[in-house]
Design a protein around this ligand. Structure first.
Ligand SMILES: [Ca+2]
Length: 250
């Protein structure tokens, strides 16, 4: 094998590894999260919105419990999911109802009220799996889909009716606009903030807010509201917990 081929094969392997790593840093952070919607086509069904974040991409509406559907006469149909904390939004996937991809026409996606993406007025040629990117990098917690109703939409297509919304962002250990930064060692394994990488608290001996580096000078540690250095407080609480656990032994 020539040296050129060796270089090309090596580059190809590195490219594959890079793709695998990027995919491994993302997950659907919307599944099973709190949700809401403007109206329900059947008010007797409780928590209908959860069907759009139940992790099931199936597209059959009638006879299943897998898709959402607002009232036909809803003047401004919307659905939203609260991710529980702010996330950098990498991309979103809407799984449309089977044979009714056109019902995503003119739907607008916002992230904490910021414009993310708007579907065109004709989505009939889109496949059921509608992967979209925000038109600019956005971070946020509440993702809302609003059906924009105007003269371009016939009445029978006015309800908001789809089967799953997936929101892709950083896995537990990652953060940043590209989800390519590594979280530090947060206390009790808590995830770091997905936008700025900060931990609420560090494991003992690590320097806030990123909790990557050991504390060298106590003066570098910010003071808590109670006037203690944060890591000192962790050391004291950890030692106290150890004493109590030993005292509790039979
Ligand atoms: Ca579903």
């Amino acid at each position: 094998m020539s040296s050129v081929h060796v270089v090309c094969v090596t580059l190809a392997v590195f490219s594959l590894l890079a793709v695998a790593r990027a995919d491994g840093l993302l997950e659907n952070v919307a599944v099973h999260k709190e949700c809401g919607m403007s109206t329900s086509y059947n008010p007797s069904i409780e928590n209908l919105c959860s069907r759009a974040v139940n992790g099931d991409r199936g597209g059959i509406f009638l006879g299943t419990e897998n898709c959402i559907h607002t009232k036909i006469d809803d003047p401004q149909p919307w659905f939203e999911v609260d991710l529980g904390r702010p996330y950098p939004i990498m991309y979103l996937v809407v799984m449309a109802r089977e044979t009714l991809e056109r019902r995503m026409a003119n739907c607008k996606i916002t992230v904490d009220g910021q414009d993310c993406f708007q579907f065109p007025k004709d989505t009939s040629s889109w496949g059921r799996e509608m992967r979209v990117n925000c038109t600019r990098p956005l971070s946020g917690r509440v993702i809302r889909i609003t059906k924009v109703i105007d003269d371009g939409n016939p009445g029978w297509d006015t309800p908001l009716n789809f089967c799953e919304l997936e929101v892709y962002s950083c896995v537990k250990e990652a953060w940043g606009s590209g989800c390519d930064e590594q979280c530090g060692d947060c206390l009790d394994g808590e995830p770091c903030d997905k936008v700025n990488g900060h931990c609420m608290q560090c494991q003992p001996g690590l320097l806030p807010p990123f909790c990557h580096q050991p504390v060298v000078n106590q003066e570098d540690v910010p003071m808590t509201n109670s006037g203690c250095r944060a890591t000192t407080a962790y050391f004291v609480s950890g030692a106290l917990a150890a004493v109590l656990s030993v005292a509790a032994l039979p």
